[in-house]
Ligand binder design. Structure first.
Ligand SMILES: [Fe+2]
Ligand SMILES: [Fe+2]
Length: 163
């Protein structure tokens, strides 16, 4: 999964997005575990989704790009009164609105909109890539909470300049 070729091809797919100010703003938003921010999480989801889609012969570029943007909701919930369940339900729509200016394909829109399924019952994935990103999101979340992220040095692998 961490092969040089995979990492180089992945970086090529998301290079323009990584330079974007809004994408960088995700660094200021805390995510599932202490010391891991929304950018760290999104980059992890994007890379796992890219790797899985490459293995499965699916659209790895769409998975990487929509994976990186899937949580671009840009809101620190700690500064709001929004409850946990509501956050889970509304943030894919918020992320989709923010991500649309990147000129998303229909597949990329579906990936972002449906990534929280089954919490968002009506928004079920319509494409195989969407299923992959939704699964990767859940796997990465578990990996972050249970310390796999730190132990596997995921940040150092994906963001060598920030490790
Ligand atoms: Fe999410
Ligand atoms: Fe996520």
């Amino acid at each position: 999964m961490w092969s040089r070729r995979n990492l180089a091809d992945f970086r090529r797919c998301v290079a323009d997005l990584l330079q974007d100010a809004d994408v960088q703003r995700m660094h200021a938003i805390p995510q599932h575990a202490k010391g891991i921010d929304c950018f760290d999480h999104s980059l992890f989801v994007a890379y796992l989704s890219f790797s899985l889609c490459r293995r499965l012969g699916l659209d790895e570029r769409a998975a990487a790009r929509a994976g990186l943007l899937h949580d671009l909701y840009l809101c620190d919930w700690n500064q709001t009164t929004v409850g946990l369940f509501e956050r889970l339900v509304i943030h894919p729509g918020m992320a989709l609105r923010n991500a649309r200016r990147f000129g998303l394909s229909g597949l990329e829109e579906d990936i972002i909109r449906t990534h929280m399924w089954p919490v968002t019952l009506r928004d079920m994935p319509r494409h195989r890539e969407s299923w992959v990103v939704s699964l990767a999101d859940k796997l990465c979340t578990v990996g972050e909470v249970c310390a796999f992220y730190r132990l596997a040095r995921v940040r150092a692998r994906l963001q060598p300049e920030r490790a």
